[in-house]
Write a protein that binds this ligand. Structure first.
Ligand code: SF4
Length: 279
C-alpha cells in the first residue's frame, strides 16, 4: 500500500525526491481514516495478513503515524506491516507503539558507514543516530533492513569495507548494498557528471540504471571490476557469518519461516554472490 507521495526532507543528493520536478509537488498523504478503510477492505475481501507500505518515507509525519497506530490498536485490526523509515524520525515510544500495532519490519536508508560521505550526500544523519534508531527498533521488537550505497563520490575500497563493518556492528536483520546510481535530475547526477570525483558512464541507456550497474566509478577505485567485487564481498561478509546464521535458525517459528529463509538464501546466492557481472 502507499499512503503518501513525496518527502518533506528532499535533500538527499542521490534520491529522485530531491529533483526540483518531484520536490515542487510537495508531500501529500491520505487521511488515517482512509488508510484504515483500505486495510479493512484488503483484510475482509482479500484475506490479506500482511501489508508492506511503500511510501518513500512512512514515518515523515509523526502525528499521522501516531494516530494511525492508535486506530489499528483501538479497532483491534489484526495485520502485520512493514515500512520505510528515516532514522531521524525514529523514537523509542513511537517504535514501541508501531510494534504494538503490528509493525514487524522497518527498512532504513543508512547509506554509508562513513560520516564524511553521509554529509556529502546531505542525508542529514549521523552514525550515532543510526545506532540509536536500530537499537530502539530492536528493543521494540521490530526487525531492521538496512540499505547502503557503495561507490559514492569520495569512497575508497577501505571506506566501503568500513560500511560493511558498520552494517555488521549494527546487528541488522537484513542488509542490502546497492551501487550508486546517479539518476538524471538529481544533484548526484550533476556531481558525478562534473568529473571531479571519478568517471561517470553518461551515455549508458536508462535500462542500466538498476542500482547494480557500476555507472559511476569513484577516483579511489582501480576499475569497475574492483567496485563490483567489493559489492559481492559485502554480501558475503554480511550474510555468511556463523552469528547471523545462528540467529536466523533461532528465529525459525514455523515451516513457512524455513521456506522463506531458504528462498532468501537462494536469491542472495543467485543474484548477489555468484553473479559474474553487473545487471
Ligand atoms: S532518501 Fe528518503 S529522506 Fe532522503 S530525499 Fe529521498 S525519500 Fe526523502
Amino acid at each position: 500500500m502507499i499512503t503518501s507521495r513525496g518527502c518533506t526532507y528532499s535533500l538527499c543528493t542521490f534520491c529522485f525526491e530531491s529533483s526540483p520536478f518531484v520536490r515542487e509537488k510537495g508531500f501529500r498523504r491520505i487521511s488515517v481514516q482512509r488508510a484504515i478503510e483500505e486495510i479493512t477492505y484488503l483484510i475482509n475481501d482479500y484475506h490479506v495478513k500482511e501489508i508492506a507500505f511503500w511510501d518513500d518515507e512512512f514515518l515523515m509525519d509523526h502525528e499521522w503515524v501516531d494516530v494511525f497506530c492508535d486506530e489499528i490498536i483501538r479497532q483491534k485490526i489484526d495485520i502485520l506491516w512493514s515500512c520505510f523509515g528515516k532514522v531521524n524520525f525514529c523514537s523509542l515510544p513511537l517504535l514501541k507503539k508501531m510494534a504494538q500495532s503490528g509493525c514487524k519490519n522497518i527498512f532504513m536508508g543508512l547509506e554509508s558507514g562513513n560520516q564524511e560521505i553521509l554529509n556529502f550526500t546531505k542525508k542529514g544523519q549521523t552514525l550515532d543516530m543510526m545506532r540509536n534508531a536500530v537499537r530502539w527498533a530492536h528493543e521494540a521488537g521490530i526487525e531492521v533492513r538496512g540499505s547502503f550505497i557503495l561507490g559514492l563520490p569520495k569512497e575508497t575500497p577501505e571506506i566501503a569495507q568500513s560500511t560493511v563493518d558498520f552494517a555488521i556492528e549494527l546487528d541488522l536483520d537484513y542488509a542490502q548494498f546497492l551501487l550508486n546510481t546517479p539518476f538524471p535530475g538529481t544533484e548526484m547526477h550533476e556531481v558525478c557528471k562534473s568529473g571531479k570525483y571519478g568517471t561517470f558512464d553518461e551515455n549508458a541507456g536508462f535500462e542500466k540504471y538498476t542500482e547494480h550497474t557500476a555507472l559511476f566509478l569513484p577516483s579511489g577505485y582501480k576499475n569497475k571490476e574492483e567496485l563490483l567485487s567489493i559489492q559481492k564481498e559485502a554480501y558475503k561478509h554480511f550474510y555468511f557469518r556463523p552469528k547471523y546464521f545462528l540467529r536466523k535458525v533461532k528465529n525459525v517459528r514455523s515451516k513457512e519461516d524455513v521456506f522463506r529463509y531458504f528462498r532468501g538464501f537462494h536469491f542472495l546466492l543467485k543474484t548477489r554472490v555468484l553473479k559474474n557481472s553487473e545487471f
